[in-house]
Design a protein around this ligand. Structure first.
Ligand code: AKG
Ligand code: FE2
Length: 239
């Protein structure tokens, strides 16, 4: 038996179900964990090692919520870079289908390295993967992770903590703003190591008279107790 690689683990996910959920709701859980508890613990422990990071953000200082996060520095931990590339490759065709449906250039390259080269040439050179840490009372306001003109339309958040024992509350929330209609909210429950794949900004929805666009935002409800850690994987880099 060969060791599982991020690429083989990505391939093994139930993509027909994931794609159907994304088409219906703009989000999907991976259904199975991407990371083992040991890997979740190792990523969580990295939070306290500043050499892995380029910057730290205390959310209450910016009105973003309460809690903190750190953006990884380049070079990313090799396994994280491999996950980012493998997930990008699986999602790029979907990104192209969305772009075509929204009348945008459907030219996301097949490989993440090529897309990053495009970001870097446009001045978006800083890495965006991040680790987030929330304690009791912390929350993350509804937001969008836009870091420049170039945006890859899907991203992931991986839950690194054990719901129920490490923390309570702290639900991942998505809202969908529809043209001339009231907004809809979706609460996503994850198991430890599992991820939610969701729309960064706009996505096309098939209507009776062609497709229309909805705008998504995501955030985290208040952590009632304990500590919650997540890993965010965003495919465009930042200005
Ligand atoms: O902590 C979370 O569940 C959300 C993190 C987040 O905003 C992100 O990954 O972009
Ligand atoms: Fe975010």
């Amino acid at each position: 038996m060969t060791a599982a690689t991020p690429a083989s683990l990505v391939e093994a996910l139930d993509w027909p179900r994931i794609e159907a959920d994304i088409a219906a709701r703009g989000c999907a859980t991976t259904g199975t964990p991407l990371f083992t508890p040991t890997e979740c613990a190792a990523l969580t422990a990295m939070y306290d090692r500043p050499r892995h990071f380029r910057s730290r953000v205390v959310m209450q200082r910016h009105g973003f919520g309460q809690g903190e996060y750190q953006y990884f520095a380049y070079p990313l931990p090799p396994k994280l870079a491999a996950w980012r590339a493998a997930l990008y490759e699986r999602l790029a065709p979907l990104a192209n289908a969305w772009a075509a449906a929204m009348g945008q250039p459907a030219d996301y390259p097949a490989e993440h390295a090529a897309y990053l080269a495009r970001c870097h040439a446009a001045g978006q050179e800083r890495p965006t993967p991040l680790l987030l840490r929330y304690g009791e009372g912390d929350y993350n306001c509804l937001h969008q992770d836009l870091y420049g003109d170039l945006q890859f339309p899907l991203q992931l958040t991986v839950l690194l903590s054990e719901p129920g024992s490490d923390f309570a509350g702290g639900e991942f929330v998505l809202t969908e703003q529809r043209p001339r209609m009231q907004s809809r909210a979706e609460v996503v429950s994850l198991s430890r190591g599992e991820a939610v794949i969701f729309a960064v900004n706009q996505r096309p929805v098939a209507g009776t008279r062609g497709s229309y666009r909805v705008t998504m935002r995501h955030g985290v409800s208040r952590v009632r107790s304990g500590r919650r850690h997540t890993l965010g994987i965003i495919f465009h880099d930042a200005r």
